[in-house]
Design a protein around this ligand. Structure first.
Ligand SMILES: [Zn+2]
Length: 326
């Protein structure tokens, strides 16, 4: 995680202070301990605090968005080789957040059901790195979130946070068909499509969002998306009540942004990009700030009233998790 700099503080004050409401329900955060990674420690986790629990999250968000009060939906940092039992128990032990259990496609459904009940999880978090397909980026949804686990979510009334993969994400007809089938077959499982349905190239979400029209159990979070078109497409097609703010902490604290390039996308960070330009000094800010500015622009382009902005930042998620939405 990059420490907050003056340019971040100036950016927040200028672009965002008047936009971000005082109370925020952050629907996408990772809480983890570096000690729980048994394989290679993900670079991002290695760069941050060894224990990224609620206290570290709250402190990091206070630096990013001063004065805001947070609740959250939290899940482990999904990485191959993570100690699943320890990582899940750590999330479950954290205050002020609802937890999702990190699951792999091999898990026994009754084990998942029992763990969810024991820890009080409100959902399941799946991730492509646990798929058997190589490369895992090409996996179908069912290859890392099989029917038998979706059925548990349906029977227990759980949410499922899903990061779509395949090159074209929501624009891929196989992903569209899987989502429609799973959403209809298991109506009490509630899907949260991470990163605006992985709209890192916003045109994939714009192209595919129509395939989700009419499904009553699909939401999208805004996490780590730094361009506005996917947010707009989601609100226009699914409704403003289906968009949930998410920071993707600790991704929120990477310096740079993600841009659509051709039919794909690229993360520009200080590690892979020389931020030099002839016209002016370039001072990239944190992803979490870029994403908030993109969301602000989407709300502006859609002419949303303050009440709708508050729904995106708080009310929608509060309602989804049975809290007081007012
Ligand atoms: Zn994430």
């Amino acid at each position: 995680m990059s420490p907050v700099r003056d340019e971040d503080r100036e950016f927040f004050a200028r672009e965002l202070n008047a936009f971000v409401p005082p109370r925020v329900f952050d629907a996408h955060i990772h809480l983890y301990r570096v000690a729980d990674f048994r394989g290679a420690v993900p670079t991002l986790a290695a760069a941050g605090p060894p224990v990224a629990g609620w206290a570290a999250y709250e402190a990091a968000m206070e630096e990013l968005t001063p004065g805001r009060q947070y609740r959250a939906l939290a899940f482990p940092f999904p990485a191959a080789g993570v100690d699943l039992a320890a990582a899940n128990a750590f999330v479950a032990s954290q205050p002020l957040c609802h937890g999702q259990m990190l699951v792999t496609p091999e898990m026994d459904p009754e084990f998942v059901r029992e763990s969810v009940r024991r820890h009080g999880f409100v959902g399941l978090k799946c991730y492509h790195v646990f798929s058997r397909r190589e490369p895992t980026w090409d996996s179908t949804i069912e290859e890392y979130m099989p029917d038998r686990l979706v059925r548990v979510a349906h029977e227990e009334g759980l949410t499922i946070t899903l990061h779509l993969v395949k090159e074209r994400a929501l624009a891929d007809p196989v992903n569209q068909e899987s989502l429609r089938r799973l959403a209809r077959r298991y109506p009490d499982a509630r899907w949260i499509l991470a990163h605006a349905a992985r709209g890192f190239n916003v045109h994939h979400t714009i192209a595919g969002i129509e395939s989700l029209r009419g499904l009553s159990n699909v939401w999208c979070d805004t996490s780590a998306v730094t361009e506005c078109g996917a947010f707009e497409a989601i609100v226009r097609t699914l409704g403003v009540e289906r968009l949930l703010y998410g920071s993707d902490f600790p991704v929120s604290h990477i310096r740079g942004r993600c841009v659509a390039i051709g039919d794909s996308f690229l993360w520009l960070t200080e590690e892979n990009t020389q931020f030099n330009a002839a016209h002016a000094p370039l001072r990239p800010v944190l992803v979490g700030l870029e994403s908030l500015r993109a969301l602000k622009q989407a709300c502006w382009n859609l002419d949303l009233p303050d009440s709708a902005v508050e729904r995106i930042f708080h009310g929608n998620a509060a309602q989804l998790f049975g809290e007081d939405a007012a």
